[in-house]
Design a protein around this ligand. Sequence first.
Ligand code: MSP
Length: 513
Amino acid sequence: MGGKPYYITTPIYYVNDSPHIGHAYTTVASDALARFMRLDGRRVFFLTGTDEHGQKVEKSALAAGVDPQTFCDRVSQNFRDMSKLMNISNDDFIRTTEERHTKACQVLWEELIKRGEIYLGTFAGWYSVRDEAFYAESELVDGKAPTGAEVEWVEEENYFFRLSAWQDRLLAFYDANPDFIAPKSRRNEILSFVKGGLNDLSISRTSFSWGIPVPNDPKHVMYVWLDALNNYQTAVGYPDTEGEKYSTFWPADIHMVGKDIIRFHTVYWPAFLMAAGLPTPRRVFAHGWWTIEGEKMSKSLGNFIPPGELVAQYGLDAIRYFLLRELPFGNDGDFSRRAVVHRINSDLANGVGNLAQRVLSMINKNCDAAVPQTGALTAADETLLAAARSLLPRVRVEFAEQAFHRGLEAIWGVIADADRYVDEQAPWTLAKTDVPRMRTVLYVLAETIRHIAILIQPVVPGSAEKLLDQLAAPADQRDFAALATGKLVPGTALPKPEGIFPRYVVEKTGEGA
Ligand code: MSP
């Protein structure tokens, strides 16, 4: 496929946890963006995968009584399964224990050595295994990491990356690339962190062995974040920087991450890359965190929701839609079953589902189950069609800024316009009084629904596909280019309509709606 390349990544997930709704969130948002860009004609490479090295994973393997590799093989599969379950369209799935990745990290290391960016020293400081991060004494809060994680004192011979020397160049980089860190609030947070001064970063460990061996000094393994971040390059062929894949897709267009890992992606990562003389990614977007029914997700509360459970109960596209519509992307928010049910019923069942069902059943009954003929258009017809046609540029602007909620809001605005139009035009009355006009009204509505169905594909791909099938939209006329060129053809036979978004009926179990 042609088109301007677009490289998008999710974080790679630690294999010490089973997938939960937090992981599904980053992945679904990335998938919606990847699908959007593909439909918009871009040549997309979409990467996800698992982060398998480090002390945290080694400890979890030990606790599970298996060797780390066996443990990783098992848990990594759970993340692949999550991608499948959530209908994720990734083009590759990387595991950091793969040979291609070991090689990529060792080459990057050697490059940094060659350029004098790494030195051997002694580390003495605090380390949090849960965060896989070092903390300065001044950052601790009541003896814990600022994230609340336990820390331990580490004193060992380590290799260091000269991060302190990159402070000014990082600030100049942020300055020259105002869209690199999004949203704005995160950008300010990172700017003040970097302005506060940077310490050199310990990038190897000797007290455990589950990691990529440091070239020429194998008693050291690489710091898991140096290893992990480099996955984004490995997947496009690094160290083969002249290769087709790397030269097409690097630098990445966007790394999608959660707010907890923004510092690694916007300070360490561009510094490593600049230090190695490699191009830096174009953008990092940090989304917020979900609480569950008002509570933080935690092991002690046992409130991690496996995505499979939600999908089984509410339906896949309902969950995908909820995740992207409920919160302004970037903000924190609460995941409650009450809110999910509300969204399903008001936006999906009563919104797009009801509109499509009403219009398609009327066509089925009154227009011989075929796309109706259209007569001259009235001002009301033109207004609705113009609103539908104006959507793509509006939604494109919102998705380019990862404002998925606003993109969806714009689409749902046209769904509301179409609902009002149906009520005003009352095609059921026209069926008795003015059949040609009824046909025109139903045509205008069907064409509006076609626009909506094409545009909601990135977020609810399965349901949108069914809707497009019901409109008999040809398979090669479902991308965004088809919005302008692929009008419904009067006379085309339409299948019997079926409900796409059923209402969710709450059982009387106390679960609110
Ligand atoms: N392995 C690192 C990432 C390395 S990327 C080079 C990591 N993995 S993780 O499995 O702990 O988390 C991955 C993602 O899940 C993060 O983006 C994080 O923000 C997200 N979430 C984890 N819990 C979450 C919520 N409660 N809510 C929303 N997202 C959350 O970090």
